[in-house]
Write a protein of this length. Structure first.
Length: 186
């Protein structure tokens, strides 16, 4: 099963991510993606490709071309599933938890998103905020395979940020467990 892991955002602009509590979204996304890829590479059921194989990997020269580069790479590789990793932010620092976005409730991505969030909640203890439909997100609209955008936690929440900083492996483990649950491998 070919899993494309998109570590959302670039190391610098264009298309750099959010910041909060001393953390940069693009750095967290990169780290969790590398850790998830390592888990998947050890599992003979999965084949994996990363959008950003190195911390310096810069995709595109604008936000639009950065997003297109990720989607085109996954489509050309023939990925079976696309998982885009992100961190959230909110003006209210009390908002906490993990959530996911898919293009359609009728897509296999919806059930995958539910399983990924279950895995994250079980390993990180962060609240499962649910799966939401968003037809406007480029990485969900333009992929030829089921795609999930996962918001791992809120950089604007001190507790979420501490967990993302101090225990990124729990996020990778949760996503990996969610994938295994989705494919009924346990």
């Amino acid at each position: 099963m070919k899993i494309y892991i998109d570590q959302g955002h670039n190391p610098v602009n264009p298309n750099a991510g959010a910041e909060g509590n001393g953390l940069r979204e693009q750095d967290i996304n990169f780290d969790v993606g590398i850790r998830l890829a390592e888990l998947l590479e050890q599992d003979p059921f999965f084949e994996v490709r990363l959008s950003r194989p190195t911390p310096e990997t810069q995709l595109g020269t604008s936000t639009a071309t950065s997003l297109a580069a990720r989607v085109d790479d996954a489509n050309n590789w023939g990925a079976d599933y696309f998982i885009s990793l992100h961190c959230n932010s909110n003006p209210n620092p009390n908002v906490s938890g993990s959530e996911a976005y898919v293009y359609s409730a009728s897509s296999p991505a919806y059930e995958l998103a539910e399983d990924l969030l279950d895995g994250l909640e079980n390993t990180t203890g962060l609240t499962d905020r649910g799966v939401f439909i968003n037809r406007g997100l480029y990485v969900l609209r333009r992929t030829r395979m089921p795609a999930v955008l996962v918001e791992l936690g809120y950089l604007s929440n001190a507790g979420d940020a501490a967990k993302l900083r101090d225990d990124p492996q729990s996020f990778a483990n949760g996503l990996y467990n969610g994938l295994r649950e989705y494919f009924d491998l346990d």
